[in-house]
Design a binder for this molecule. Sequence first.
Ligand code: CDP
Ligand code: CA
Length: 500
Amino acid sequence: MDEQQEMKVKNPWHRPHIFLATAGIAAAIIIMVAIAVVQNKPLQQKYKYGIVLDAGSSHTSVYIYEWPAEKENNTGMVKQKQACSVKGPGISSYSKTPEKAGESLKECMDNATKTIPKHRHPETPVYLGATAGMRLLKMENDVDSKKVLASVEKSLQTYPFSYQGARIITGQEEGAFGWITVNYLSENFRKASRTVGALDLGGASTQITFVPGQQVESSDNSIDFRLYGNDYHLYTHSFLCYGKDQVLKLYLEQQIQPNADMTDNIILEDPCFHPGYNIIKSFQSVFDSPCVKNLTNSQKGQNFTHRGIGNWNKCNQAIKEVFNTSHCRYSRCSFNDVFQPPVTGRFGAFSAYFFVMDFLNVTPDHSLDEAKKILEAYCTTPWGTLKQKHRKVKEKYLAEYCFSGTYIVSLLEDGYKFTTNDWKNTEFIKTIKNSEAGWTLGYMLNLTNMIPAEAPDTPLLPYGGYVSLMLVLSFLIIVCIILGCIFFRRPSGPAHKEII
Ligand SMILES: Nc1ccn([C@@H]2O[C@H](COP(=O)(O)OP(=O)(O)O)[C@@H](O)[C@H]2O)c(=O)n1
Ligand SMILES: [Ca+2]
């Protein structure tokens, strides 16, 4: 080999196998990056689904949830895709015609069949949870409640989904899963932020759930979760008969008691109803519930005149009477001898809390005193004026907002001992990031084990970050190879000339 030839081969780019090797490594890196990127790409069309039916005392809603198929264990991934409101009353109202309870679900379940892609049907779980309406029916007539549950079960089993059961959930479950829902949707578990308390107001029962600042003295009110690497010790209580529809019965029963002789034509002058409201009602329609005393046979066929007088102060005073605070066997109680630690932190109040306050235009910006002023103005508005103003609102609802709004303020202030500052920390919410606040999402997340007890070992990099990191790394490797080749290359030009 002569010298010229020897110097020529010192330039690596003049050696085809080095050039080919470098090009090969670069190609391999690009292919590896491409494979990694494709494998980790969020698969846009691949979603999984779950269905939860909320069989409440007043109505049933069918919720469809969806989440990316690959990322079940990442909190914040499950979202509400659709909510369908079942026509007609809650399932407990079908106690005498149980087969109709199942039939009532047909329209919403048919919708779910269309919404969820067919190939996902067999793996889509369906849960039905019944709340206080069914708890009351079970107390009244266990056989009837079983017939209603059997009817909805039969109906749900006709669908191509994976039926997981229909049951009456406990008040503790209702409270705790409502709390999980609002904190999951607010991403408080993933971020290990302070949690928010949950306030749920239904028609037949109401729940309060929060992380207390002190020991829970009664085991009935205590519930523990380990979520995403953190332990949560919750206080929760569900008051049966203190939902806004049943508590109205308690209140009316108290109002009517002074005229215990029900043989006369009874006129109830009611401060929580509007002046000019004058409606004849049957005792049966108002007092047919295990929350109030049994009617005698003679009372059953009788009517009374329900007459509004629109006096907010008297209404507020009368509502306070539904909370029995005369006895407490613990260090402190809310009411009815139920233990409750002092409320603390922020609260999200949903379901009927939201519906009532939204109608009355009470917002988080209003102070407690301002909210009371709004209620006073509403309660004293004549019934005729209101009917004119809200022609589209069902009269029964319109007539009850004064009572319900005043009850909400009293429940918080007199029942749960909210201060004006706690009121400021309370928000009336319907949805969080387009998913409804309520127990259903938390119930499904729990039953499908979708919130891990432990946080993942490595923090997850968002997809965009992952792609950028791979590109930067491969760019650096290629640059290193090129620089390496240049660095080890001997100066070829002048040396070559000198030799010549
Ligand atoms: N748009 C709506 C929907 C429900 N509601 C009320 O919200 C409450 C929902 O209660 P629910 O049926 O969930 O009853 P529970 O079984 O939770 O006690 C009922 O009092 C309904 O009348 C409302 O005020 N406005
Ligand atoms: Ca409810």
